[in-house]
Design a binder for this molecule. Sequence first.
Ligand code: DGL
Length: 263
Amino acid sequence: MISIDNRPIGIFDSGLGGLTVLKTLSEIYPDEHFIYIGDIARLPYGNKSPETVRKYGEQILNYLIKFNVKLAIIACNTASSVFIDETTFNGLPLFNVITPGAQAAFETSKTKRIGVIGTRTTIQGHSYKNTLLKLSPDLFVIEKACPLFVPLAEEGWLHGDVPEMVAESYLKGLRNESVDTLILGCTHYPILDQVIAQVMGPDVNLIESGKVLARILKSHLSDSSKQQGTIKILATDMTQQFQMMAELILGKDKIFNLELINL
Ligand code: DGL
């Protein structure tokens, strides 16, 4: 007998970047219900200490548990980096984006020269690099924190001189090291993928960790009913910009409920 589990899938990020992961998930699994938490009030996580990010993450996971979610996805790379070794939280199955992102980069790279970009906390924690080197100690891995990409993505400033100059300045070192694969190790970077691809050149593969996780999740989901899934977006602060960007990222045709919450 096929077991049906209609409980929602929990997913969280510090802000709106994780909506890129939610979008992919809802496209691949249209009959699943999703509860997304964006911790807008405390964004950014990427320049906070691992201890603080851990505390925020635990609060959010405990909040999701109250919704009886069947699993939780940490879409935020910075938060993923502090939960990297855990597969459950208080009994709830937990998925981070770093492990599948590193695995996909390892499988994609031909030259075994891999670049990783992320927030300061993600890069300083070396979670991608360590995961990659566990897969093969012979890999060449170069890391670079790109903190200004987050406000550019939040502002929707995706094209033109400013993002191009910022991207060139951050990425030229990785390009000069001839990496053939670049991990976009932050929820916000896929929003800037065009300018990143332009600076890195056509021969460099860009890996979106969240998308990789979304694709491999299938094996962890038992069949749900064939009803239309729902999307609930909960945010710790509600700004016009967040609402506008949520529509932009998810697409105008996606129906979702937005709600302000207090953790
Ligand atoms: N969500 C964060 C990440 O993926 C980026 C934004 C932030 O710094 O909070 O690392």
